[in-house]
Design a protein around this ligand. Structure first.
Ligand SMILES: [Zn+2]
Length: 309
């Protein structure tokens, strides 16, 4: 798939460029020997493609003018209009490639899909406050930075976006941030994501929105630059996981509690706020009773504070 406006114009200039819905086969008119069959329509040339080509030449010229201005704003604008052109052209051919590699400016999740010439966030947890958008023009996407993913919220009731783990794996792979199926299954357990069983389905289904939020939060913790707002505590958005990582859990949940503690401590280990967080957690009148804080479990904190159990 072409990645720049220049590459797209070259591709669009081919007479037999086939659009989505045609036979998907390119025909070289000079060497073609096959005869048309009743079941196969000839490769279509979409007139929109011709308009796109002209528009692309104009975009390149405008971007070059802006780049010559050299100010940061002009350079940003040049990049934005080039990006927008690529996304619009992909949309025309039925591809979702570039839109899917962008995090939603509102919720930070990789849940943008092209819809009617715009990028729509399919995360139902997205934009919970009035005034926040869920639909973006491609050009807007070029100007905005990804939002900070907010906390993992559990589905209430019966969400409409239930999907199998296999579907979710495929969905996230398109964003360029792959998650193996086993990891997804582990996240679902660790974060208490409700599993639903639907009639006729063998495997459990999970809410796409829930899983996407966990995916974004995990990525943001690992690759801080995604959020663009500097250092954040590693536990941001993972209150559920950290609070439930408790070594005084009942005997039934011992195994799960141990795994949660291991994950929480691992995240704490890379956290830029480990020292102040630990100091705060070990204050004599510290109130936090449960969960992992400053890479210490509640039991370990009590032991260090010399408190009796
Ligand atoms: Zn969103």
């Amino acid at each position: 798939m072409p990645a720049t406006p220049e590459q797209w114009i070259t591709a669009l200039s081919q007479t037999y460029w086939t659009t989505a819905g045609s036979t998907g086969r390119r025909v070289d008119p000079l060497t073609a020997t096959r005869t048309a069959t009743r079941t196969e329509a000839p490769a279509t040339v979409n007139t929109k493609v011709l308009d796109k080509r002209t528009e692309g030449l104009d975009v390149i010229a405008r971007a070059e003018r802006l780049a010559r201005e050299g100010t940061p704003l002009a350079r940003r604008e040049a990049a934005a209009i080039r990006d927008a052109f690529v996304m619009e052209t992909e949309d025309l051919t039925g591809s979702t490639e570039t839109v899917r590699t962008r995090a939603c400016p509102a919720c930070g999740c990789f849940t943008l899909v092209p819809l009617k010439g715009k990028a729509q966030c399919v995360n139902r947890h997205c934009a919970p406050r009035p005034g926040l958008r869920r639909r973006w023009t491609y050009r807007d996407l070029g100007y905005t930075t990804a939002g900070t993913p907010s906390g993992v919220r559990r589905s209430e009731g019966y969400p409409a976006d239930l999907r199998s783990l296999a579907f979710l794996t495929e969905f996230f792979a398109q964003s360029g941030h792959k998650v193996p199926l086993a990891t997804l299954a582990r996240w679902a357990r660790l974060h208490n994501l409700p599993a639903h069983k639907v009639d006729g389905q063998k495997a459990h289904l999970y809410s796409l929105s829930d899983a996407a939020t966990v995916h974004a939060v995990q990525l943001a913790a690992r690759e801080g630059q995604l959020c663009g707002d500097g250092a954040r505590p590693a536990c941001t958005g993972l209150a559920d996981l950290f609070y439930n990582a408790d070594d005084t859990a009942g005997a039934m949940d011992q195994g799960l509690a141990r795994r949660r503690i291991a994950v929480a401590k691992e995240l704490c280990g890379e956290c830029p706020f480990l020292e102040p967080c630990r100091d705060f957690a070990l204050k004599p009148n510290g109130k936090q009773q449960h969960g992992v804080a400053g890479a210490l479990t509640s039991k370990e904190r009590r032991a260090l504070k010399g408190e009796a159990r």
